[in-house]
Write a protein that binds this ligand. Sequence first.
Ligand SMILES: [Zn+2]
Length: 472
Amino acid sequence: MTVPFSLLGLSKDAAAYTVELADLVIRVWSTEALAGGTNSQLAATVFYLHCSSARICRASRLMSDPRKLLRHVTPAHLYHRRSLPGIKLLVVNSPILRSLPARAQPLPLNFIASSLSSDIPAEDFLPEHAECWPGDRLVDMFPDSIIFHTSHPKKSSNLFNQWLEQFRDGLSLLCNDDTVLYAFSDGSVLPDKRNRVAAAYRAYRGQQELSRKSISCGRTTSYDAELQGLSLALHYLTSQDATAIYLFCDNESALTSLFDTRLHASQMLSVLACRKARAWLEADPNRTIHPSWCPGHADIEQNEQVDVDAKTAATTTPPIAFISHAYARQQVTAEATKEWQLLAHQMSYCGHGFLANHRLRKVSHIGGGPTLTLTGTDTSLTARFARAVLDHAPTGEYRTRFFPNENPLCNWCPPIQSRRHILSTCIHYVRPRPNFEEFLKNSAEPGPSLVSFLKANPSAFTFTDVPDDDIF
Ligand SMILES: [Zn+2]
């Protein structure tokens, strides 16, 4: 059977497809995993099959073997996902699945976090909520009513001051227009006070302040708090009558994810914000919502005030017990990194030959860490770097330990060819300074110095320079 499918023209990330099987239209999308770290490899991929209710009988017959159906409807480049053990199939709108789970299954992080002594996240996610269905999302249904004002020149750019003047002019127009509502929101984190976090907003109509509120966010990240502030402001403003709502915030990523219901940190806030915004926009087709970036610390009075509100609330509002997923992930990552860092200082972990400079023992899970970023994608250089640092290299010294019958002597000088000899005294190599090994041990930047030595001496720590057996 040939199954034609067409890309819906929705976000590529959502991997949404319409599949036509005879007269049955099925919508398929993947919710994706929460990206990043160890999380993504553990998270299940979820496919949703969306059928119109009129076609349910036909769908039910096909759904007798969901995996078979998935074979028909999965575009070729998504085939690999079928083999994932976590695949889950849902037919949205069918009588069987009308009672969709109210909340998602606990994420893998919840299980990881529960094994730690620290905190267990309490955040729920709603990837199956109606606000998440491709084609029916708020941004799909109201493309002309939600207008983002997030592009701006960099603060360091010459154009920024000109942009700021225009921003101030636009703001003063809002202050003189009683048909428009606007709010400034902010989030604040006090890491030195056990990560106390608060969010705040102030809402206005014209010159008049209508409402202000500050809340404790529990233990969350600043991104969570910014989204919380925006969400609070939107909830208040959508209870009022106006032609337009302007939401100002100095965090761009929070602004852009406010109406993005795909899985992300604090996704439920986006789902709730979409519900509020949808009802408000549906009530009058002329209404618009404008999420707008506002520069922080640029002497914009309302923004400075709400900044103080959030900071004050973080200090004074009693903390709540809530722990966000993003915060828990930070903690899990921090604990794992700490444990790894401790290991990195143990000889049993790093080996007896590890070059004695603690700066080479810094570990990081991001982008190869401080060491591997130095060698980039050059595998040969990376291998030689590792051999030099670990003293696990094809040298005469290595032979004395493992191949005592083979020649350990340098091809160019009298002594045994050791790491120290290669780095500090061997006449075969060029080096930026004498006694280079001692320099590396005491250097504040041993990595870049070693890399430049290896680049200047491309045969160092390779089998090319291994002691010649013929002369032994
Ligand atoms: Zn030599």
